[in-house]
Design a protein around this ligand. Structure first.
Ligand SMILES: Nc1ncnc2c1ncn2[C@@H]1O[C@H](COP(=O)(O)OP(=O)(O)OP(=O)(O)O)[C@@H](O)[C@H]1O
Ligand SMILES: [Mg+2]
Length: 267
């Protein structure tokens, strides 16, 4: 009998469209699921390093994910603590790493290999940059699933169709992360356009959209400037309530079993 533990599930928060809420979702999914008791490793794969900044972290020179992908340090050496989560921080150095990944012959699986060598976590969540370049390919090669945050507007819907086709096409390259779900962000049920986009997503991708949405909420925009997730910064806000529901739905969609000793208000 094979005693090798199954690989840690790994979710890439991905949408090539910018500003749709990838980082907001990565930060608050990581924090919310950690408060529910899972051991979460959040990986900042964006040279903008917004996930790291949102949690009050910065990669040291030569460290962070760039150091891992450049082969200078191990993932274990790169990780930092941020409240209930552990984070592999990003940095502007990832831009040079990405150029090297694009022009060299590094293989697409450096991040996958680094994650395979780490233990003590139940789930990794990767915040991707807003394009499908080499860093996103590293994430897609490592990921078992993809969560697609999107804003409920016409152009985002257009981009979504292309993204879903692209993700489906990855199976030809033996990269086939499951689409765990689409999360509608900045949603307002009072806006007809938002309801129409929600209906269109449900029609074209049945069952893929999360039942729970994230509303526009100023606390979600403010929290990063304090280096805090939404559960720390504004635990009674609509943003915390929405992310608590999205965390529970994520756990259910991933089939994560609740653990004992959970704390916090993401329940
Ligand atoms: N539900 C929300 N309510 C209010 N503000 C939000 C919400 N979601 C995201 N924001 C804000 O919108 C901006 C863009 O969000 P975010 O950085 O998460 O998007 P992104 O997809 O990661 O962007 P990029 O493509 O640049 O990586 C941020 O300032 C964030 O604080
Ligand atoms: Mg981002």
């Amino acid at each position: 009998m094979d005693a090798t533990p199954p690989p840690m599930p790994c979710i890439a928060c991905l949408n090539h469209k910018g500003g749709v809420g990838k980082t907001t979702c990565s930060v608050n999914l990581a924090a919310g699921l950690a408060r529910l008791g899972w051991r979460i490793l959040a990986v900042d794969a964006d040279p903008q390093a917004h996930l790291s900044a949102s949690l009050g972290l910065a990669a040291p020179d030569g460290g962070g994910l760039a150091g891992v992908l450049d082969g200078r340090i191990s993932l274990s050496a790169a990780k930092l603590s941020a409240g209930p989560c552990t984070v592999v921080p990003g940095s502007a150095a990832l831009a040079a790493t990405e150029s090297a990944l694009a022009t060299g012959n590094p293989g697409h699986d450096r991040l996958r290999q680094a994650l395979a060598g780490i233990t003590g976590f139940d789930l990794a969540i990767i915040d991707c940059p807003p394009h499908l370049g080499p860093l996103t390919r590293q994430a897609l090669t490592a990921a078992s699933g993809v969560i697609v945050p999107m804003t409920p507007d016409y152009l985002a819907m257009q981009s979504l169709a292309w993204l879903m086709d692209t993700l489906a096409g990855l199976s030809a390259e033996h990269l086939a992360p499951t689409v765990v779900g689409i999360v509608l962000n900045r949603f307002s049920g009072q806006k007809r356009l938002h309801r129409e986009v929600q209906a269109a997503v449900a029609e074209h991708f049945p069952g893929v959209a999360f039942a729970n949405v994230i509303r526009e909420n100023i606390s979600l925009a403010e929290a990063p400037s304090f280096g805090q997730d939404i559960f720390q910064y504004a635990p009674r806000s609509a943003g915390a309530s929405d992310f608590a529901a999205v965390c529970r739905e994520t756990a259910a969609r991933l089939g994560l079993t609740p653990l004992s000793g959970a704390s916090g208000n993401a329940r």
